[in-house]
Design a protein around this ligand. Structure first.
Ligand SMILES: [Zn+2]
Ligand SMILES: [Zn+2]
Length: 163
């Protein structure tokens, strides 16, 4: 990520913090940017949207990295599907619900608080049908996600070791 992209990321994070009504000091903001600097801004932006849609609280760096991985996993799957041979390739998922991305997307909430997001259903203003994303129930047990997390852990240990 370039310095300029880092500044864009900081701005996006400040907006996200505002959405979650989370006080974010400049020091903390800089810490976030530092902790995410090795990732791609475009992917991170998508991950932030996922977090905004699915989380109750302002995401931690680990949450954002987690979501970022989900975005990339989703992209890989889409790419695989677009291959000319896609018809002959049988994609198999450990979890058919989230297709091993860890996020169930496109769920419908009638506006009665089913989604458990924000103040949904609590006031007339927040009672309207909408789509939402939530973390998949398979996250704790899905071997594919666990393997991805192991790779991430190793990478961050390598980064820590390189310092
Ligand atoms: Zn799942
Ligand atoms: Zn809802």
């Amino acid at each position: 990520m370039t310095k300029q992209e880092g500044e864009l990321l900081a701005r996006d994070l400040a907006v996200l913090a505002e959405v979650f009504a989370e006080p974010l000091t400049n020091v903390r903001l800089a810490g976030y940017v530092n902790g995410l600097r090795d990732l791609e801004l475009a992917t991170l932006r998508e991950a932030m949207a996922d977090c905004q849609a699915s989380m109750q609280f302002f995401p931690k760096i680990a949450d954002l990295r987690d979501a970022e991985f989900g975005v990339r996993a989703r992209r890989d799957e889409q790419r695989l599907r677009l291959l000319p041979a896609a018809g002959t390739v049988q994609l198999s998922y450990h979890c058919g619900s989230c297709e091993d991305t860890g996020f169930d997307r496109g769920l419908s909430c009638p506006g009665d608080g089913t989604c458990k997001i924000g103040k949904c259903g609590q006031t007339p203003l927040t009672s309207y049908p909408h789509q939402y994303t939530r973390k998949c129930f398979c996250r704790a047990t899905n071997p594919k996600l666990e393997a991805q997390r192991a790779v991430m852990r190793r990478k961050s240990q390598e980064r820590a070791g390189a310092r």
